[in-house]
Write a protein that binds this ligand. Structure first.
Ligand code: FES
Ligand code: CO
Length: 348
């Protein structure tokens, strides 16, 4: 194998993830002239734009002598290898061998490895294999009544699925985000909620959480959270305060490797015109730093998909359904039949 990462590739988490869209960069990070190197699931990739601006994601590898294409450049809408100057078009065909300009170029289709690439929400998305699911939806992206603020990216030396589960877990607020999103000396019980599954993924009913230290404006609030998960590494919540105020976050955790991820966050907010971007980012940076310490401490690094491996209570319902769903996606991706996992002992 060319670029073996340390992921156990037979694992159902890896099986599910290799057939999903993942954010690997902001669109603005890849110019018309300069390719960019990124890592996804232990694979080294090169991102580049062809003459029409379309993004491509290939293995960062030239089939001639194995140099990294990301060290090269883009000329006339084709990527040029830094070693001997061979050029490849968007279809992966070699178009030029400078040492032999008159000779027919070798067919390179077998030695250029192309992945699935797309651009949406100002982000570049890659799927290593044919994606099982469509690109995630971000309902507020086109809605001008919402300001959009990019936060992060935050790098965790922890697992991407653990970090998404952390994002979906409202019962950690008073402890990890003490004196910000809850009071560790008087934690509020988490009300029961439901989890629904359909073709878009997972979604919860509203979960009310009293936040004594308030929202970005420092006003105590009862916030109503609704969580959604569009694919294993894309999650979202709407936080409602008052009748019309909405604070939404669209989170993507890139599985760089088994125990390394990068979190890309877009905040969409329809109130607080006087709330500065700096203030929003200050709070997000603090919250994600607090979560980082926890996610990096979790053992094993990988999210256990076998429900018998950790203890569960009712407030973990979303995490439980998330683990079940990833296992299902992994089984489907691996072409195996799904066997319904047994319910966890402490669930009901
Ligand atoms: Fe790429 Fe020779 S290694 S052109
Ligand atoms: Co948190």
């Amino acid at each position: 194998m060319l670029y073996a990462g340390k992921w156990d590739r037979a694992g159902l988490d890896y099986q599910a993830l290799k057939k999903q869209w993942h954010v690997v960069a902001r669109g603005e990070e890849v110019s018309a002239e300069q390719p960019k190197a990124v890592r996804l699931l232990g694979e080294e990739l090169v991102l580049w734009r062809d003459g029409s601006g379309q993004i491509h994601a290939w293995k960062d590898y030239c089939g001639h002598r194995g140099a990294k294409l990301s060290l090269g450049c883009v000329k006339k809408g084709e990527i040029e290898c830094p070693y001997h100057g061979w050029r490849f078009d968007a279809g992966g065909q070699c178009t030029r061998v400078p040492a032999h300009p008159d000779q027919a170029t070798p067919s390179s289709a077998r030695l250029i490895f192309r992945h699935h690439a797309a651009e949406r929400y100002g982000l570049i998305w890659v799927s290593l294999d044919a994606p099982q699911r469509p690109l995630p939806v971000f309902p507020e992206w086109e809605d001008d009544s919402f300001r959009k603020v990019f936060a992060g990216p935050y790098r965790y030396m922890g697992n991407a699925l653990r970090s998404v589960e952390n994002f979906l877990d409202a019962s950690h607020f008073p402890f990890v985000h003490a004196n910000l999103n809850g009071d560790p000396d008087a934690p509020e019980p988490l009300p029961d909620y439901q989890v629904f599954k359909d073709e878009h993924g997972l979604r919860t009913s509203e979960i009310s959480v009293f936040q004594p230290y308030g929202d970005h404006r420092g006003i105590p609030v009862t916030a109503r959270y609704t969580y959604s998960v569009f694919n294993p590494t894309t999650a979202y919540f709407v936080k409602k305060t008052g009748d019309t105020e909405r604070f939404c976050t669209f989170l993507n955790a890139t599985p760089v490797d088994e125990a390394e991820c990068v979190i890309w966050l877009i905040v969409a907010i329809n109130f607080g015109a006087d709330l500065s971007e700096e203030k929003i980012l200050y709070r997000q940076d603090m919250v994600f730093e607090q979560d980082r310490l926890i996610v990096e401490s979790q053992r094993p690094a990988r999210l256990p998909l076998d429900l018998q491996q950790e203890m569960h209570v009712r407030s973990d319902r979303l995490g439980i359904e998330y683990r079940r769903w990833i296992k299902e996606l992994g089984l489907a991706a691996a072409g195996q039949d799904h066997v319904e996992p047994r319910a966890a002992a402490l669930m009901s």
